[in-house]
Design a protein around this ligand. Sequence first.
Ligand code: ZN
Length: 189
Amino acid sequence: MTVRPILSIGHPVLREVAAEVVVEDIPGGEVQSLVDDLIETMREAGGAGLAANQIGVPRRIVVMEVGENPRYPYKPRLPLTVAINPIITPLDEETVVINEGCLSLPLRGDVRRNVNIRVDYVDRDGLAHSETKRGLTAGTWQHEVDHLDGVLITDRAAPQSLSTWTEFEAHHRDAFIERITAFVARVGS
Ligand code: ZN
């Protein structure tokens, strides 16, 4: 496992549509060590998720994990998940505005996300999954899969909602946490 440098907004790979992984290649060393590096890099950076193109590899692989996360103390737990070739399907019209951050840029911003989604993906053992996700967990999935399509939060955020982490902490954090904690209590995730 190697901690890899995380690319920042402006790097062209972040704007590429990542290529699908051939399922037969999943057991091979190239994909497996890429997955290991993504997990290690995400954990080292304290992120909730990381997409392969954030470390310069335009392949459709994301990893997600939320434990006790000081960057996002309001996020519900999300066990370590490796999603290869993930596809997101919204299940209804319900949306929520989530103030999101990203390891590839120094800002946070308000992004509208679907609350109820289905995710179809293959894990690192090559097993196919079809699961429903809800609430902030669904938001994390949408953020990571956006990366694979070359989309960043600055593309989706209301421009006037953008703030540095310092200014977010000083001026917006309390109101956001109050609203989002009530949301998490209502939807359960
Ligand atoms: Zn991101």
